[in-house]
Design a protein around this ligand. Structure first.
Ligand code: HEM
Length: 361
């Protein structure tokens, strides 16, 4: 109970029923030594596996003259369904490590997309770690310990905490609400839809890099909500922005949350978010969304600085680009701005004896 297996065909933390809390971190590799990068991935694999079992980072806790192998703040806490998922950014495959021949053609920086104004302090990275669990301290502990073990090899580039899930990834879960007060995740891809996962989420035989089969691409977007502006908008308009009723989550013109939206009807405005983001509008494309609400306090003018830390998994980042391009005319854009971004390829799961990303070397 509360333990998600670390070793499987696919990495945990993608179709795993979405946990309540997130710590996401992007790292830059500071060494030029390929062997050091391999050593880091081995060390991280061992530590991550141990932490997901609710155990301390291994290494002995008894030497009084050395820092303890584990920082200690998760000692005694339940594992909380911790998953730790790794991804590799486009910049990892530059000249430094001789990995150019292992770079998939699909992995490249995202093009400029509306409505964005990206802060370099929250953009990019050679590596990413997504730690999800039902306890915020467990997720923070995981990232902190990987960062500490990586000292000298990697540096933290940016980091984001998320305090509440904004999607469901399993049909057993109730739909949560985002900071705009709407149910979020209603029409998300679920773990049970294995046909959609094969078609839209897991990297398959179509890849030019066989070592990535069973992996997935992750796109992370730090999306600010202009919360004060939103809170002054009237209810009917809020509902038109999404194309759903606020209370029930049902599509406009229908009655139940899980009723299929009638996109042929004018009940759902032309610029409604669910119309423009839908597979029906985007040639059948699905994204597996797995985002979190965040807040980082207030900005310099005293407005709330928070929103949605959007995370989505997909077979090819083109899928995100297609949907986000369709969202250029989204009614929601009056109330949001994308202010950070990352794209990473997540290798397949680790089988016994392997380390994260072993296929790279
Ligand atoms: C649907 C909120 C950004 C893709 C929805 C729904 C809500 C919502 C409330 C309806 C419930 C559901 O089916 O999940 C938001 C908010 C955003 C945001 C508040 C920004 C702050 C994005 C972005 C993308 C995206 C950036 C992808 C580029 C989708 C998709 C659906 C959806 C694919 C399902 C559409 C359908 O099939 O009906 N979103 N969203 N959303 N959103 Fe977003």
């Amino acid at each position: 109970p509360q333990i998600v297996p670390f070793r499987a065909a696919n990495q945990a933390g993608i179709v795993t029923p979405q946990q309540d809390r997130l710590t996401f971190a992007a790292f830059d590799v500071v060494t030029k030594d390929r062997a050091e990068l391999v050593r880091l991935l081995k060390t991280w694999t061992t530590a991550a596996e141990s932490m997901t079992k609710g155990q301390l980072v291994p290494g002995g806790e008894t030497d009084l003259q050395a820092p303890p192998a584990d920082t200690g703040e998760a000692d005694g806490l339940k594992p909380g369904n911790l998953t730790v998922t790794i991804g590799f950014g486009p910049s990892l495959f530059d000249d430094r490590f001789g990995l150019a021949s292992k770079k998939p053609a699909a992995l490249k920086p995202l093009p400029k997309l509306a409505p964005e104004n990206l802060d370099p302090a929250y953009t990019g990275g050679d590596l990413c770690i997504q730690a999800c669990a039902d306890d915020p301290q467990v997720t923070f502990h995981a990232v902190r310990n990987l960062a500490r073990l990586g000292a000298g090899t990697v540096v933290l580039r940016w980091m984001q905490l998320g305090f509440g899930r904004t999607a469901s990834t399993s049909s057993a879960q109730a739909t949560p609400r985002n900071l705009m007060g709407f149910k979020d995740g209603t029409r998300n891809v679920r773990a049970e839809q294995t046909d959609v996962l094969d078609r839209c989420v897991w990297i398959g035989d179509e890849t030019d890099q066989p070592w990535l089969r069973g992996g997935s691409y992750v796109v992370a977007r730090r999306i600010r909500m202009y919360i004060e502006t939103w809170d002054r908008d009237y209810l009917a308009d809020q509902q038109n922005v999404f194309g759903r009723y606020k209370a029930s989550g049902a599509p406009l013109g229908r009655t139940d949350e899980f009723d299929t939206p009638d996109l042929g009807s004018s009940d759902i405005p032309d610029n409604a978010h669910i119309r423009l983001a839908s597979p029906e509008h985007n040639g059948g494309i699905h994204l597996l969304r797995r985002g979190y609400s965040f807040t980082d306090g207030i900005d310099a003018t005293g407005n709330l600085l928070g929103g949605l830390f959007f995370i989505a998994y997909m077979k090819d980042p083109k899928q995100f680009v297609t949907v986000q391009t369709a969202l250029a005319g989204d009614a929601l854009n009056e109330y949001i701005q994308h202010i950070g971004s990352g794209v990473f390829v997540c290798p397949p799961g680790v089988t016994p004896g392997q380390y994260w990303g072993q296929g790279l070397f």
